[in-house]
Design a protein around this ligand. Sequence first.
Ligand code: SF4
Length: 436
Amino acid sequence: TKTVTDVICPFCGTLCDDLEVVVSDDGKELHEVYNACAIGAEKFLHSQAKDRITRPRMRQEDGTWKEISYDEAVEYTARMLADAKKPLMYGWSSTNCEAQSIGSEIGEAVGAVMDNTATVCHGTSLIAVQDIGIPSCTLGEVKNRADRILFWGCNPAHAHPRHMSRYSIFPRGFFTGKGHKGRKVIVVDPRPTDTASLADIHLQIEQGHDYELLDALRVAFKGEKLPDFVGGIPKEKIYEVAETLKSGRFAIIFFGMGVTQSIGKNHNIDEAIAVTRDLNEYTKAAIMPMRGHYNVTGSGQVWGWQFGFPFAVDLSRGFARYNPGETTSNDLLRRDEVDAVFVLGSDPGAHFPFSSVKKIYDRPSVAIDPHETPTTEVCKVHVPVAFVGVEVGGCAYRMDNVPIETRKVVEPPEGMMTDEEFLQRVLARVKEIKGV
Ligand code: SF4
């Protein structure tokens, strides 16, 4: 066997870059994964599953699967997209930027709506950034400088397990030599989470009162009067948190779906950014969304430079339109505005409301995914592909918008296509059909 070092984990937005993977000498089998957390290691090990689907499949009338060739899968996908009036091309978060870029070309050729998983996650954060900008930083700066860490509506202990040991709570950095001991950790969460159990101060806010509490912090920074309770938190605690943040040398606010998808949505993030901006009058402060899928940030980057918008991009009129609430996947599905669904690198079957999933089931649909998922179970065609970041490399963006080149560590099963290869074939065929 041999050990591949400095491997990038392609599971969550932390993109840990210190993994070691033991593979056979011929690079065909993967044996062990070191340094990764449980969910990261599982992604690598799952590539070796004996029951892995290795050939495309088409669903029959009676609900059973029939194996088809990659050529047939390319033909079905290209026809479906070319024949549709307004196809939805959704997902894109668990693949590399190269595949995202080819997908955009297909989307332009067929007049699709391009949307990524931010639509049910940090899309509201992106809207807030468009509203008022964002004072952010890199995870390296957090590790080396931050002595005040605030997690708001997120639980990295479960969703980004090594984030705390590599970047936020525990590591010793250039100006943070005492590690955990030199930092104050604040968690705002209605639940007593495992992350909250590590906090110096846990504000157990009443659900749905984030906007008020953020606003109250801005009042407290200025030392002005607060009501006795805000969002169930006594004012003394709010003043204490405000003082703790102000007295630090570098404060960072990490936030998750507890704020982006609860009442207030993008307005919560507007306010969290305003808190960060106000805090910069007293000390250095930055804010960062805890992006989930490992390359969801990349799909926003790629579309940002290709279309000017990071998600919910409607290309059906021949130019890019963006209107979250109208051009977002769930709104389109529930209003019956799309007539074919293409999913790559995500699992809406598991994460969308049932009413939307049913609409996917009712339409011509293709799921491109290495795994069997709830989405592949409702789609007409399932195209298995190589695991990006395990069996094929490519560019991915970490949650702090730093691009990192992921690496291939093991060979995919023989004859299996990568996302890029499949999309290139579909693009070529779409161009033929459309005569463009
Ligand atoms: Fe992978 Fe995220 Fe775990 Fe790091 S924290 S090993 S990137 S899943």
